[in-house]
Design a protein around this ligand. Structure first.
Ligand SMILES: [Cu+2]
Length: 142
C-alpha cells in the first residue's frame, strides 16, 4: 500500500507544482534582457518612426510556437499603467503584438512626446516570470 500512497503524494505534489507554474507564467531564463535598439531614449526625430527591438539571452519565435526560451515582442505605446503580468497582454493600438516574430515596426506617431516600452510574451502572449521588460523610453516626434 505504501508505494501507492507515495504515487498519490507525488502526483499531488506535481499537480501543485504544475499549477503554480501555470499561474506564474513561463519562467524566464536567467540573464534575459529586452531593450529598444532605436530610437534612443530622449531622441527627437521626424516621423515615421522605426522602432527596433533587441533581445539577449532568449530567442524570438512566433506566437503559438512552444519552444523553450523564446517569446514574441509586444510594444507598449504611451501606456502609463502596466498591464497584468499574469495574463495575456491586451491587444489594441497601445499594446501591439508581433506574433509573427517581427523585430521592428514603423509607426506613424503624431507630433509630440511618446513613450515606448517592450514586453516579451510567451506563446500565449503572457509575460514571463519574472517579466522580461525593456526600459521605458521617451521620444519626441517633430
Ligand atoms: Cu502577443
Amino acid at each position: 500500500m505504501i508505494p501507492n500512497i507515495q504515487k498519490v503524494v507525488t502526483g499531488l505534489f506535481l499537480l501543485v507544482v504544475n499549477l503554480s507554474v501555470a499561474l506564474a507564467g513561463t519562467p524566464a531564463p536567467e540573464g534575459a534582457h529586452l531593450y529598444i535598439i532605436s530610437p534612443k531614449n530622449g531622441e527627437a526625430l521626424s516621423g515615421p518612426v522605426t522602432v527596433m527591438f533587441g533581445l539577449k539571452g532568449m530567442g524570438v519565435a512566433p506566437a503559438g510556437i512552444d519552444k523553450a526560451k523564446t517569446g514574441h515582442h509586444h510594444l507598449l505605446i504611451n501606456v502609463d499603467k502596466m498591464p497584468a503580468m499574469d495574463k495575456p497582454l491586451p491587444s489594441d493600438d497601445q499594446h501591439r503584438h508581433f506574433g509573427g516574430g517581427q523585430t521592428e515596426v514603423t509607426l506613424d506617431l503624431p507630433k509630440g512626446e511618446h513613450s515606448l516600452q517592450l514586453v516579451l510574451g510567451d506563446m500565449n502572449h503572457i509575460p514571463f516570470n519574472p517579466p522580461v521588460i525593456s526600459e521605458k523610453i521617451m521620444i519626441t516626434v517633430k
